[in-house]
Structures are given as C-alpha cells and as structure tokens.
Design a protein around this ligand. Structure first.
Ligand code: RM4
Ligand code: MN
Ligand code: MN
Length: 428
C-alpha cells in the first residue's frame, strides 16, 4: 500500500478548520515575540532526517524479542515502509542502510525501487560487531576479539574489505557517506593494550578514508560501552575526534545522542566538534540510562532543544548541512508510529530553536545577564510550535497528525495482509 497526499487529505479533512485557527494563533504569538512564523515553517519544510532501515522492524533486547506483525521481509519492503513514513511526515527523504542486515543482490534494482518511491540513500552503515556468513566467510574469520583492532592482520584486512564493500554498494545506490560504529574494545581489564587497539583502529580507518570515492565522507561514531563491558576503543567524542583526525579530512564525528555517559553535556560536545570542523552527523534517539534507543524527545526534551539550538547556531539560523539520521529501536510500539513520533519531535525541537531571538540572547550574554538569557530560552521552549510543524508537514503534502492518520489509513493491516504475521525484519 502506498500512502498518497490525496488519501491523507481525505482522512484529515475534519482537522483542517481547527488547524487553520491554531496556525493563526501561533503565527500571531510568534510575531509578538518578534519571530517570523513563515521562516520557521519554511525551514521545517526544508529539513529531512534519514530513517534507519534497521528500525522499521521491531527491536529486541538481549532478553528476547517480541516481533510485530506485517514486518518488512526484504530491503525493498523496508523502503516501502520508509516511503509510507515519509508520506506522513514529509521529512524522511532518505534511508540509511545497515550491511549485511541489508544485502541487496541487485543494487541497481534497489536504487530504481527507491527512485520510484521518491527516496534516496543516506549514510551506509557497516557491521563488524557480529560474525555473519556473508562477511566473515562462514566462520573462517571471527570478530569475537575485535575487527579493526584485532591482533591478527587477517581479521583486520577482512574488516577493511567489508567496509570497502559497503562503500561500493553505497556508490551503486547513490549514497555519499559511511558510518563506522565498531564493537571493538575490551570486556576484561588486561585483555589488550589500549594503545595497540587504538593504533590498529586508527590505521584501519585511515586506510578506509583513503579509499573513499570523491565527494564521500566517513563518520566515526563513539560509544562508551556495549558490547564491550570494560572499554570501548572509541568511547567518547575526544577519541572519535582523534580517530577522525588520524583518518583524514573526509572523516567527521557522528554524535549518537544515546552514546554518552549519564550527565554528559551533549550540546557542548556538539559545539566542540563543530568548532573544529569535525561534526559530521547525528543519530537521534533518547536515553534514560545508556544506549536505550528510545524515542527522540521522550526522556530529555529540554536537552534535545539545547542540542537543536546549538545546531541552529552552527548553521547561522538554519540547520547545518550535515548527516541527520534516526537510530532507534522499538520493542513495543509499531516501528512506523515510533519513527513518525521521532521525526515530529525533531521537527518540534528545531522549530523551538528557531524561535529563540538570537540577537537578544547574544545581548543578554554580552551583558552578563543569565536570567534574561534563560527568559529567551524558556520563551521559545514553552512555545507551542505544533501548529507550525503541522503546517510545514501539510505544505510538504504530508499529514497534520501522522500517527492518527497512519492508523486511519490502515497501513499496518495492509502490510499484514501482504506480508503475513510471521515476517521478521533483519536488524537489531
Ligand atoms: C550501535 C550504534 C550504531 C548502530 C548499531 C545498531 O549501538 O548506535 O550506530 O548501527 O547500534
Ligand atoms: Mn548509532
Ligand atoms: Mn547505539
């Protein structure tokens, strides 16, 4: 089933009158605080965030997985789901693949399918955190003790080969970036020398960097622990920056919002990386304890607003041109509903960040007046930007109310009819 603008409009017709009233009210309020609501709406219209192919199926934990129904059986069907999501949000124009969870036999056909759906391919993701017959030669090679950091050069060479194959696939699909998140590290103190592991990873990433086609970027993604319980080779933004610098100019750092130790000031991390020209992209999600992959904005919406504020600052009043991806896992919700909620939360935070009167904020900073600065932030954060975001979606041909409209359109029932109740999507 394809979701069309016409079908959305038909289902949402009863919402139109209230939406128009809410939009007028929000525009008036914005004008009174000196902000042009139109500028906010048009920036939200422009913004897009990639959907992760691994999150259109139900996620699991190490204690088990409770699959949903009508899950996509192939990468093509994952794209169909992302197209449905994009029809509802107007803001998921690309999909980020994860290889070999996605391992298309015919990349040209997959690209044609994406073209037909109006989708493009965002950063590719490699996977050397698991052994997989198609990448590790049916058990001949194992990443049990690391991939790029492994003491055995044969294993390291395989890890590089896999990453190069991911880039090659990305080229065929029209992608322009690869995200490298490694499970490498130590589960036990004394298992390896920190410096040896780091140097090997740095060498591997450097080799990958030098093989990147023109116009490509690579993103190094840090994470403090898991699957390593003692030390990850790339645990924090400082290490990520060192690795990116060692790799070369096409390497930048990716910030996954859930990959920080509790209490880390993520917006400051974002600022630092941007300051040195190495902020490459984001994996949006939210976190209570660790890498929980919870829905964006569901735990720390204020922190997320501050991150968006930093981004708008970096972009000089717009979202800067870097890689934006969602990285989430949903054990209980319908994955498409969760991704629609995540996208909505991202749009809301950007709209709030755009509502901050930047010159007034700068004046309060120069005047050493933190109380006034707080007034500016709170005024924007407490502003109900939902009508502005809904209007941006409507102008993009998408839904005022994505989740309700998704339900009314019966997309999941149609997917069950086509795919059955037993299908299990590859991924987490
Ligand atoms: C990791 C990390 C990567 C993601 C995998 C599935 O924790 O967030 O970005 O690709 O999970
Ligand atoms: Mn991630
Ligand atoms: Mn993660």
């Amino acid at each position: 089933m394809r979701i069309t603008t016409e079908a959305i409009r038909a289902v949402e017709e009863p919402l139109d009158a209230n939406h128009a009233r809410d939009l007028d009210h929000a525009s008036d309020l914005a004008a009174r605080t000196g902000v042009d609501a139109e500028a906010v709406i048009s920036e939200i219209c422009r913004f897009s965030v990639a959907a992760p192919s691994w999150a259109v199926g139900t996620g699991g934990t190490r204690f088990g997985r409770f699959p949903g129904v009508g899950e996509p059986r192939t990468t093509e069907e994952k794209l169909d789901d992302v197209a449905a999501l994009h029809a509802l949000t107007g803001a998921n124009r690309t999909v980020s693949l994860h290889v070999p969870w996605d391992d298309p036999d015919d990349p040209a056909a997959l690209r044609a399918h994406a073209d037909d759906l109006g989708l493009g391919f965002d950063a590719m993701n490699s996977n050397t955190f698991q052994d997989n017959p198609s990448t590790t030669g049916n058990g001949r090679i194992s990443y049990k003790f690391g991939s790029f950091s492994h003491p055995d050069p044969v294993v390291r060479a395989h890890a590089l080969e896999h990453n190069l194959a991911v880039v090659e696939l990305g080229v065929a699909l029209g992608a322009r970036a690869i995200t490298v998140w490694l499970g490498d590290g130590m589960n036990h103190p004394g298992q390896a020398r920190f410096v040896d592991q780091f140097e090997r990873v740095a060498d591997g990433l450097h080799a990958l960097h030098d093989a990147l086609p023109d116009g490509w970027q690579m993103y190094t993604e840090h994470k403090p622990y898991e699957p390593t319980s003692y030390a990850s080779v790339n645990p924090d933004w400082g290490s990520s920056l060192l690795l990116a610098e060692r790799a070369g100019p096409k390497a930048k750092c990716l910030v996954d919002l859930g990959h920080h130790l509790p209490g880390t000031n993520i917006e400051q991390v974002v600022s630092r990386l941007a300051m040195v020209g190495r902020l490459g992209g984001f994996h949006f999600n939210d976190s209570k304890y660790g890498d929980d992959d919870l829905t964006v904005g569901s735990i720390n919406p204020y922190q997320f607003f501050l991150v968006a504020l930093e981004l708008v600052d970096i972009g000089g009043g717009r979202m800067p041109d870097i890689g934006y991806m969602i990285d989430a896992s949903h054990n209980l919700k319908d994955p498409l509903e969760d991704l629609a909620q995540a996208t909505d939360q991202i749009q809301l935070a950007i709209a709030q960040a755009l509502l901050v009167d930047r010159s007034a904020l700068a004046a309060s900073q120069d005047a050493c007046d933190p109380a006034l600065a707080a007034e500016h932030l709170q005024r924007a954060y407490r502003f109900d930007v939902r009508p502005l975001v809904a209007e941006a979606r409507r102008r993009n041909g998408a839904a005022l109310d994505p989740v309700s409209t998704f339900r009314r359109l019966g997309y999941r029932d149609a997917a069950v009819a086509e795919r059955g109740t037993e299908s299990v999507a590859s991924g987490l």
